[in-house]
Ligand binder design. Structure first.
Ligand code: NAD
Length: 260
Protein backbone atom coordinates (compact mmCIF):
# COMPACT_ATOMS: atom_id res chain seq x y z
CA UNK A 1 0.00 0.00 0.00
CA UNK A 2 1.52 3.31 -1.10
CA UNK A 3 0.44 6.75 0.05
CA UNK A 4 -0.08 7.73 -3.60
CA UNK A 5 -1.61 4.57 -5.06
CA UNK A 6 -3.78 5.40 -8.06
CA UNK A 7 -2.48 8.97 -8.39
CA UNK A 8 -0.90 10.44 -11.52
CA UNK A 9 1.93 12.98 -11.41
CA UNK A 10 3.33 15.21 -14.16
CA UNK A 11 6.86 16.39 -13.38
CA UNK A 12 8.63 19.31 -15.07
CA UNK A 13 12.37 19.82 -14.62
CA UNK A 14 14.33 16.57 -14.77
CA UNK A 15 17.72 17.32 -16.38
CA UNK A 16 19.60 14.25 -15.06
CA UNK A 17 19.73 11.91 -12.07
CA UNK A 18 21.02 14.72 -9.82
CA UNK A 19 17.94 16.87 -10.45
CA UNK A 20 15.62 17.65 -7.56
CA UNK A 21 12.76 16.76 -9.92
CA UNK A 22 14.26 13.26 -10.22
CA UNK A 23 14.40 12.86 -6.43
CA UNK A 24 10.74 13.81 -6.33
CA UNK A 25 9.85 11.48 -9.22
CA UNK A 26 11.49 8.52 -7.49
CA UNK A 27 9.76 9.25 -4.18
CA UNK A 28 6.31 9.69 -5.75
CA UNK A 29 6.78 6.50 -7.75
CA UNK A 30 7.88 4.55 -4.64
CA UNK A 31 4.58 5.52 -3.02
CA UNK A 32 2.56 4.18 -5.94
CA UNK A 33 2.10 7.23 -8.20
CA UNK A 34 2.28 6.93 -11.99
CA UNK A 35 4.76 9.57 -13.18
CA UNK A 36 5.17 11.39 -16.49
CA UNK A 37 7.90 13.83 -17.48
CA UNK A 38 8.41 17.05 -19.37
CA UNK A 39 11.78 18.68 -19.94
CA UNK A 40 13.53 20.84 -22.49
CA UNK A 41 13.97 19.06 -25.79
CA UNK A 42 17.75 18.72 -25.93
CA UNK A 43 17.80 16.73 -22.67
CA UNK A 44 15.00 14.42 -23.59
CA UNK A 45 16.33 11.41 -25.47
CA UNK A 46 19.73 11.09 -23.85
CA UNK A 47 18.91 11.96 -20.25
CA UNK A 48 15.21 11.97 -19.44
CA UNK A 49 13.78 9.04 -21.41
CA UNK A 50 16.10 6.41 -19.84
CA UNK A 51 15.25 7.72 -16.36
CA UNK A 52 11.52 7.72 -17.16
CA UNK A 53 11.75 4.16 -18.51
CA UNK A 54 13.48 3.03 -15.31
CA UNK A 55 10.22 3.95 -13.53
CA UNK A 56 8.10 2.29 -16.20
CA UNK A 57 6.96 5.60 -17.69
CA UNK A 58 6.27 6.24 -21.35
CA UNK A 59 5.20 9.86 -20.97
CA UNK A 60 8.17 12.04 -21.94
CA UNK A 61 7.28 15.26 -23.70
CA UNK A 62 9.46 18.27 -24.57
CA UNK A 63 8.53 21.72 -23.27
CA UNK A 64 10.23 25.08 -23.17
CA UNK A 65 8.12 26.85 -20.55
CA UNK A 66 8.64 30.16 -22.32
CA UNK A 67 6.51 28.81 -25.18
CA UNK A 68 2.74 28.75 -24.61
CA UNK A 69 2.30 26.34 -27.53
CA UNK A 70 4.68 23.84 -25.89
CA UNK A 71 2.75 23.96 -22.62
CA UNK A 72 -0.52 23.47 -24.49
CA UNK A 73 0.88 20.47 -26.35
CA UNK A 74 2.13 18.72 -23.18
CA UNK A 75 -1.22 19.01 -21.41
CA UNK A 76 -3.19 18.08 -24.56
CA UNK A 77 -1.18 14.85 -24.86
CA UNK A 78 -1.58 14.16 -21.15
CA UNK A 79 -5.34 14.66 -21.34
CA UNK A 80 -5.56 12.31 -24.33
CA UNK A 81 -3.49 9.57 -22.73
CA UNK A 82 -4.09 9.96 -18.99
CA UNK A 83 -7.27 12.02 -18.65
CA UNK A 84 -6.62 13.66 -15.30
CA UNK A 85 -3.68 14.85 -13.19
CA UNK A 86 -3.43 14.53 -9.42
CA UNK A 87 0.04 15.98 -8.83
CA UNK A 88 1.93 18.73 -10.68
CA UNK A 89 5.62 19.27 -9.94
CA UNK A 90 7.38 22.44 -11.15
CA UNK A 91 11.12 22.08 -10.48
CA UNK A 92 12.80 24.39 -12.95
CA UNK A 93 14.48 27.78 -13.11
CA UNK A 94 16.86 29.72 -15.29
CA UNK A 95 18.92 32.91 -15.20
CA UNK A 96 21.84 34.03 -17.30
CA UNK A 97 25.17 33.07 -15.79
CA UNK A 98 26.37 36.69 -15.76
CA UNK A 99 23.36 37.56 -13.58
CA UNK A 100 24.40 34.99 -10.95
CA UNK A 101 27.69 36.67 -10.20
CA UNK A 102 28.71 40.09 -8.94
CA UNK A 103 26.22 42.83 -8.08
CA UNK A 104 22.42 42.56 -8.35
CA UNK A 105 22.28 46.25 -9.26
CA UNK A 106 23.89 45.39 -12.60
CA UNK A 107 21.08 43.05 -13.69
CA UNK A 108 19.91 43.97 -17.18
CA UNK A 109 16.24 44.37 -18.11
CA UNK A 110 16.49 41.37 -20.43
CA UNK A 111 18.18 39.23 -17.76
CA UNK A 112 15.55 40.18 -15.19
CA UNK A 113 12.67 39.38 -17.53
CA UNK A 114 14.19 36.06 -18.59
CA UNK A 115 14.75 34.89 -15.00
CA UNK A 116 11.27 35.93 -13.88
CA UNK A 117 9.59 34.42 -16.94
CA UNK A 118 11.24 30.99 -16.74
CA UNK A 119 11.47 30.73 -12.96
CA UNK A 120 8.25 32.33 -11.70
CA UNK A 121 5.68 33.00 -14.45
CA UNK A 122 6.02 29.42 -15.71
CA UNK A 123 4.44 28.18 -12.47
CA UNK A 124 1.39 30.33 -13.15
CA UNK A 125 1.17 29.09 -16.75
CA UNK A 126 1.54 25.42 -15.75
CA UNK A 127 -0.99 25.78 -12.93
CA UNK A 128 -3.52 27.32 -15.32
CA UNK A 129 -3.03 24.47 -17.79
CA UNK A 130 -3.16 21.74 -15.14
CA UNK A 131 -6.16 22.94 -13.11
CA UNK A 132 -8.84 21.87 -15.64
CA UNK A 133 -7.35 18.36 -15.57
CA UNK A 134 -7.84 18.19 -11.79
CA UNK A 135 -11.64 17.87 -11.59
CA UNK A 136 -11.41 16.05 -8.25
CA UNK A 137 -8.76 18.34 -6.82
CA UNK A 138 -5.01 17.89 -6.70
CA UNK A 139 -1.67 19.06 -5.41
CA UNK A 140 0.76 21.40 -7.16
CA UNK A 141 4.24 22.15 -5.91
CA UNK A 142 7.30 24.15 -6.88
CA UNK A 143 10.88 24.56 -5.66
CA UNK A 144 12.21 27.67 -3.99
CA UNK A 145 15.26 28.78 -2.06
CA UNK A 146 16.01 30.97 0.98
CA UNK A 147 17.42 33.66 -1.34
CA UNK A 148 13.74 34.59 -1.89
CA UNK A 149 13.67 36.12 1.58
CA UNK A 150 17.20 37.10 2.49
CA UNK A 151 20.14 38.29 0.47
CA UNK A 152 22.38 35.39 -0.52
CA UNK A 153 25.64 36.27 -2.30
CA UNK A 154 25.44 35.86 -6.09
CA UNK A 155 21.85 34.53 -6.01
CA UNK A 156 20.82 37.99 -7.21
CA UNK A 157 18.01 38.02 -9.79
CA UNK A 158 17.14 34.43 -8.92
CA UNK A 159 16.31 35.59 -5.39
CA UNK A 160 13.87 38.10 -6.82
CA UNK A 161 12.40 35.41 -9.08
CA UNK A 162 11.97 33.08 -6.09
CA UNK A 163 10.19 35.85 -4.14
CA UNK A 164 7.79 36.21 -7.08
CA UNK A 165 7.41 32.44 -7.19
CA UNK A 166 6.57 32.12 -3.49
CA UNK A 167 4.10 34.98 -3.78
CA UNK A 168 2.56 33.36 -6.87
CA UNK A 169 2.12 30.16 -4.85
CA UNK A 170 0.02 32.08 -2.32
CA UNK A 171 -2.15 33.71 -4.99
CA UNK A 172 -2.55 30.41 -6.85
CA UNK A 173 -3.52 28.70 -3.59
CA UNK A 174 -6.24 31.31 -3.01
CA UNK A 175 -7.57 30.97 -6.57
CA UNK A 176 -7.51 27.18 -6.79
CA UNK A 177 -8.42 26.19 -3.20
CA UNK A 178 -12.17 26.27 -3.97
CA UNK A 179 -11.48 23.56 -6.61
CA UNK A 180 -9.77 21.45 -3.92
CA UNK A 181 -6.38 22.12 -5.52
CA UNK A 182 -3.52 22.83 -3.14
CA UNK A 183 -0.40 24.77 -4.16
CA UNK A 184 2.81 24.82 -2.11
CA UNK A 185 6.52 25.54 -2.41
CA UNK A 186 9.41 23.53 -1.02
CA UNK A 187 12.36 25.72 -0.05
CA UNK A 188 15.35 23.41 -0.27
CA UNK A 189 18.85 23.89 1.11
CA UNK A 190 21.77 23.74 -1.35
CA UNK A 191 22.04 20.59 -3.47
CA UNK A 192 24.69 19.93 -6.13
CA UNK A 193 22.77 20.03 -9.41
CA UNK A 194 23.32 21.40 -12.89
CA UNK A 195 21.35 24.57 -12.11
CA UNK A 196 23.27 25.16 -8.87
CA UNK A 197 26.60 24.92 -10.68
CA UNK A 198 25.70 28.13 -12.53
CA UNK A 199 25.74 30.19 -9.31
CA UNK A 200 29.12 31.76 -8.55
CA UNK A 201 30.58 30.51 -5.25
CA UNK A 202 28.01 27.71 -4.91
CA UNK A 203 30.63 25.04 -4.19
CA UNK A 204 32.05 26.94 -1.22
CA UNK A 205 28.60 27.72 0.15
CA UNK A 206 27.57 24.07 -0.28
CA UNK A 207 30.71 22.92 1.52
CA UNK A 208 30.10 25.16 4.54
CA UNK A 209 26.37 24.47 4.80
CA UNK A 210 26.65 21.24 6.76
CA UNK A 211 28.87 22.91 9.38
CA UNK A 212 26.24 25.57 10.00
CA UNK A 213 22.75 24.09 9.53
CA UNK A 214 21.27 22.77 12.80
CA UNK A 215 21.00 19.22 11.39
CA UNK A 216 24.74 19.28 10.44
CA UNK A 217 24.26 17.46 7.14
CA UNK A 218 23.87 18.19 3.46
CA UNK A 219 20.45 18.22 1.85
CA UNK A 220 19.72 15.45 -0.67
CA UNK A 221 17.20 15.04 -3.46
CA UNK A 222 15.76 12.16 -1.39
CA UNK A 223 15.11 14.60 1.49
CA UNK A 224 13.12 16.80 -0.88
CA UNK A 225 11.36 13.73 -2.30
CA UNK A 226 10.04 12.84 1.15
CA UNK A 227 8.47 16.24 1.65
CA UNK A 228 7.06 16.11 -1.89
CA UNK A 229 5.28 12.85 -0.98
CA UNK A 230 3.78 14.55 2.05
CA UNK A 231 2.62 17.54 -0.03
CA UNK A 232 1.27 15.28 -2.79
CA UNK A 233 -0.64 13.01 -0.42
CA UNK A 234 -3.75 13.41 1.67
CA UNK A 235 -1.49 13.70 4.73
CA UNK A 236 -1.18 17.39 3.85
CA UNK A 237 -4.88 17.99 3.14
CA UNK A 238 -5.68 21.58 4.12
CA UNK A 239 -2.05 22.65 3.76
CA UNK A 240 -1.87 25.21 0.95
CA UNK A 241 -0.06 28.41 0.01
CA UNK A 242 2.88 27.42 2.20
CA UNK A 243 6.61 27.44 1.77
CA UNK A 244 7.91 24.29 3.47
CA UNK A 245 11.62 24.27 4.31
CA UNK A 246 13.81 21.24 3.66
CA UNK A 247 17.02 22.89 4.77
CA UNK A 248 18.14 21.18 7.97
CA UNK A 249 16.81 24.17 9.90
CA UNK A 250 19.12 26.71 8.29
CA UNK A 251 16.35 29.32 7.90
CA UNK A 252 15.70 29.56 11.65
CA UNK A 253 19.22 30.82 12.37
CA UNK A 254 19.73 34.52 13.00
CA UNK A 255 23.51 34.73 12.89
CA UNK A 256 24.78 31.49 11.40
CA UNK A 257 28.10 30.51 13.00
CA UNK A 258 30.08 27.42 12.06
CA UNK A 259 31.51 25.10 14.74
CA UNK A 260 34.96 26.19 16.02
P1 NAD B 1 18.51 21.06 -12.51
O1 NAD B 1 19.51 21.73 -13.37
O2 NAD B 1 18.62 19.59 -12.35
O3 NAD B 1 17.03 21.41 -12.98
C1 NAD B 1 16.69 22.66 -13.53
C2 NAD B 1 15.72 22.36 -14.65
O4 NAD B 1 15.19 23.57 -15.21
C3 NAD B 1 16.40 21.60 -15.81
O5 NAD B 1 15.71 20.39 -16.06
C4 NAD B 1 16.21 22.55 -16.98
O6 NAD B 1 16.02 21.88 -18.19
C5 NAD B 1 14.94 23.27 -16.56
N1 NAD B 1 14.70 24.48 -17.37
C6 NAD B 1 15.48 25.59 -17.46
N2 NAD B 1 14.94 26.44 -18.37
C7 NAD B 1 13.79 25.85 -18.83
C8 NAD B 1 12.80 26.21 -19.76
N3 NAD B 1 12.85 27.38 -20.43
N4 NAD B 1 11.77 25.35 -19.99
C9 NAD B 1 11.69 24.17 -19.34
N5 NAD B 1 12.60 23.77 -18.42
C10 NAD B 1 13.64 24.61 -18.19
O7 NAD B 1 18.63 21.80 -11.09
P2 NAD B 1 17.78 21.71 -9.73
O8 NAD B 1 18.67 22.27 -8.70
O9 NAD B 1 17.22 20.35 -9.57
O10 NAD B 1 16.62 22.76 -9.98
C11 NAD B 1 15.25 22.46 -9.79
C12 NAD B 1 14.58 23.58 -9.00
O11 NAD B 1 15.03 23.55 -7.65
C13 NAD B 1 14.86 24.99 -9.51
O12 NAD B 1 13.69 25.77 -9.38
C14 NAD B 1 15.91 25.49 -8.52
O13 NAD B 1 15.94 26.89 -8.43
C15 NAD B 1 15.36 24.86 -7.26
N6 NAD B 1 16.28 24.82 -6.12
C16 NAD B 1 17.52 24.29 -6.24
C17 NAD B 1 18.37 24.25 -5.16
C18 NAD B 1 19.77 23.68 -5.28
O14 NAD B 1 20.61 23.96 -4.43
N7 NAD B 1 20.06 22.88 -6.29
C19 NAD B 1 17.95 24.75 -3.92
C20 NAD B 1 16.67 25.26 -3.81
C21 NAD B 1 15.84 25.30 -4.92
Amino acid sequence: MGLLDGKKALIFGVANDHSIAWGIAKALHEQGAWVGFSSIEMLLEKRVRPLAESLGSTFVEPCDVQEDADIERVFARWQKEQGTIDILVHALAFARREDLDGRFVDTSRAGFMLALDVSAYSMVALARAAAPLMPNGGSMMTLSYYGAEKVVANYNVMGVAKSALESSVRYLAADLGPQNIRVNAISAGPIRTLAASGIAGFKTMYGKFKDIAPMRQSITIEDVGGTAVYLASDLSRNVTGETVYVDGGFNVLGVPTPDE
